[in-house]
Design a protein around this ligand. Structure first.
Ligand code: SIN
Length: 540
C-alpha cells in the first residue's frame, strides 16, 4: 500500500467536541425516560406503559407451552442501558432446565413434522399478524432493554415480523427433486426433511429480529426449537413467545429460555445433547468457535453468523451525497452495534475532503439520549464493556496520529453507557480499528489511491461478513463485487438486510445463510431414495 498522506480536514478541539452534540440531559429529580414516554408505576419500579402489560413476562420462561421458573428459583437482573435502572428479573436456567426444554421440543417434533406446510404457513402468518398488532409494545420492550431509539425499534419489529411472513410463504413450497439415475431401471428422488430439534442462540443487538430469523425457517420446514435468548435483552423474546402461544403454536414446538450466569452450561447442553440436531448461533467469532468445538461431539448441523469488519469503499466516481447517506446508515445503525456495520470507511483521495466534510456534518446533527425521547436519533451502547472498547479504539487511533473530526468522548452527563458519535480522519492500517470490530458509534475514514490497493486492504482481515462500495462505473461494480472476500455486498447502498436475501459470511464470519430460500435449507436434511425394482420393459 502507498504511504497514506494526511488529508486536511479541520480537527476539532476536545472542548469543542464536548459541546457539539445535541444531548438530551433531563432533570435529575425526574427519571430521564419519563418525560416523553407514558409510564405507569408497577410494584416498586417504574416501567414503560405497554398497551398490553401481559406481554411483559417477568421471572418466567416459556417451555412446553407453559410459563415456568428455573428449578433452582435463581434469577438474574436486567437493566435499562440508558438509565441503569432495574427492568426486572428473569430465570437463570441451568443445565437440567435446558434438558427439560429439549425434551419438550423432542416430544413435539414427531407430531409437528407431520403437519402440512400449509398449516405451518398459517401458524407463522398468525404469529406475524400478532407481531404487527403488538408492534408498539414490542418496540417499547426493545427500546427499554436494548436502548435503541423507538423509531429504530419499530423498524426492527417490522423487520422481525417480516421473517415470519416471508417463511410462512415458503412453508407450503418445500420441494424435493427427481434425479435421472446412472443405473438403468433405477429411479432416484429426494425428500427434504426437517433436521429435528434446533438449538438457537441469539444476540442482544436485535432482540426481535435475530430470533424470528431463526425460528421462521425452522418452523416452516417442521422443526421444533429451544431458543436461548440473550441475558441483556430477554423480554422482547419472551413477549414474542407469548404471541406464539396466542397464535396457537403447539406446546413444545417453540421454547424460549433465559440465562445469564448459567449461559455457558446452557450453551454446553444445547451443543452437546444428542437430541439437538442443529445449532444456529449469532454472536462473536470466539464464542462461535467454542460452540462449534462443542457441536463436534455429536456432529450437529451448524449455522454461525459471527463477527464482521465491513469495508465501506467510496470511489472517486461515486455519487458522494449518496455515499454519505449510505455510510451514515451503515455505520451508525443501532449506534454501530450490528455485525454488518461499516467498520472501515475507505475514501478515494479525489473525493476524500468532500466526503469527510459532508459525513462529519451529518454526524454532528445526531441527537444522543434516551431512546424513548422521540427527538433522539442515537441511544446508549448496551453496557460499559462496549463503551470501554469504543474508547480504546478512539484513543488508539488518536495516539497513532489520526484526526478526530467529530466526537471522541464518553458522555457521562447522560449516563455511563453513552459515547459521542465519532468521526476520525486520516486512519491508517496500523490502528486497532483497522483489524478489530469496533461495534460502536465510531467511524474511521481511511484515504486510499487505487482500486487494487483498497480491495487488497479490505480483504486483509480474517472475517468476511458484509462489504459496501459506491461507484457509478458498471465494470468496476462487477469487478469489485467479485473480488471482495465477504458473504454480502452492498453496491450504492448502506442497507442490505432483507428477509428475502441470504444473510451470512465467509472466512471467520461463519457459514450458513439466514433469510431467503437458502435459509430454509439450513433447517433441512436431504434424504435420497433410490428405487431399483422397476424392470425395464412394460409388462405385457
Ligand atoms: C447482526 O448484526 O447480526 C444482524 C444485522 C442485520 O440483520 O441487519
Amino acid at each position: 500500500m502507498a504511504p497514506i498522506q494526511k488529508t486536511i480536514v479541520s480537527p476539532v478541539s476536545r472542548a469543542a467536541t464536548r459541546s457539539q452534540f445535541r444531548r438530551k440531559t433531563l432533570p435529575m429529580t425526574v427519571p430521564r425516560i419519563f418525560l416523553t414516554h407514558p409510564y405507569i408505576r408497577l410494584a416498586s419500579t417504574m416501567v414503560p406503559k405497554l398497551k398490553d402489560p401481559s406481554l411483559f413476562k417477568q421471572h418466567v420462561c416459556y417451555v412446553n407451552g407453559e410459563w415456568i421458573k428455573a428449578r433452582s428459583g435463581k434469577t438474574f437482573e436486567v437493566n435499562d442501558p440508558a438509565t441503569g435502572e432495574l427492568i426486572g428479573t428473569c430465570p437463570d436456567f441451568d443445565a437440567q432446565d435446558t434438558e427439560n426444554a429439549i425434551a419438550a421440543a423432542d416430544a413435539a417434533f414427531e407430531p409437528f413434522r407431520k403437519t402440512t406446510g400449509r398449516s405451518r404457513s398459517k401458524l407463522l402468518r398468525k404469529w406475524y399478524d400478532l407481531m404487527v398488532e403488538n408492534a408498539d409494545d414490542l418496540a417499547t420492550l426493545i427500546t427499554w432493554e436494548n436502548g435503541k431509539p423507538m423509531a429504530d425499534a419499530k423498524g426492527e419489529v417490522t423487520y422481525a415480523a417480516n421473517f415470519f411472513e416471508w417463511f410462512s410463504e415458503e412453508a407450503p413450497r418445500i420441494y424435493g427433486d427427481t434425479i435421472p439415475s446412472s443405473t438403468p431401471g433405477n429411479r432416484v428422488w429426494t425428500i427434504k426433511e426437517p433436521v429435528g430439534v434446533c438449538g438457537l442462540i441469539t444476540p442482544w443487538n436485535f432482540p426481535a429480529a435475530m430470533i424470528t430469523r431463526k425460528i421462521g425457517p425452522a418452523l416452516a420446514v417442521g422443526c421444533t426449537v429451544v431458543c436461548k435468548s440473550p441475558g441483556e435483552t430477554p423480554y422482547t423474546s419472551l413477549a414474542i413467545a407469548e404471541l406464539a402461544h396466542r397464535a396457537g403454536v403447539p406446546a413444545g414446538v417453540v421454547n424460549v429460555i433465559t440465562a445469564l450466569d448459567n449461559t455457558p452450561e446452557v450453551g454446553k447442553v444445547l451443543t452437546t445433547n444428542p437430541t439437538v440436531r442443529k445449532v444456529s448461533f449469532t454472536g462473536s467469532t470466539p464464542v462461535g468457535k467454542l460452540l462449534m468445538r462443542q457441536c463436534s461431539s455429536t456432529l450437529k448441523k451448524l449455522s454461525l453468523e459471527l463477527g464482521g469488519n465491513a469495508p465501506f469503499i467510496v470511489f472517486d466516481d461515486a455519487d458522494v451525497d449518496a455515499a454519505v447517506a449510505g455510510a451514515i446508515i451503515s455505520k451508525f445503525r443501532s449506534s454501530g452495534q450490528t455485525c454488518v456495520c461499516a467498520n472501515r470507511i475507505f475514501v478515494q483521495r479525489g473525493v476524500y475532503d468532500e466526503f469527510a466534510a459532508k459525513f462529519a456534518a451529518k454526524v454532528r446533527d445526531f441527537t444522543v439520549g434516551n431512546g424513548f425521547d422521540t427527538s433522539v436519533t442515537h441511544g446508549p451502547l448496551i453496557h460499559h464493556r462496549a463503551i470501554d472498547k469504543v474508547d480504546q479504539h478512539v484513543r488508539d487511533a488518536e495516539s497513532k496520529g489520526a484526526t478526530i473530526l467529530v466526537g471522541g468522548q464518553k458522555m457521562p452527563d447522560l449516563g455511563p453507557n453513552f459515547f459521542q458519535p465519532t468521526v476520525i480522519g486520516n486512519m491508517t492500517t496500523d490502528m486497532a480499528m483497522a483489524s478489530e470490530e469496533t461495534f460502536g458509534p465510531v467511524a474511521g475514514l481511511f484515504p486510499f489511491d487505487t482500486e487494487g490497493e483498497v480491495v487488497q486492504i479490505a480483504n486483509a482481515t480474517s472475517v468476511g461478513l458484509a462489504g459496501y462500495f459506491f461507484s457509478r462505473d458498471l465494470a468496476r461494480v462487477y469487478r469489485v463485487a467479485e473480488h471482495l472476500e465477504v458473504g454480502m455486498v452492498g453496491v450504492n447502498t448502506g442497507l442490505i438486510s432483507d428477509p428475502a436475501s441470504p444473510f451470512g459470511g465467509v472466512k471467520e464470519s461463519g457459514f450458513g445463510r439466514e433469510g431467503s430460500l437458502y435459509g430454509i435449507g439450513e433447517y433441512q436434511v436431504t434424504k435420497m431414495v433410490t428405487y431399483g425394482g422397476m424392470g425395464l420393459p412394460l409388462q405385457k
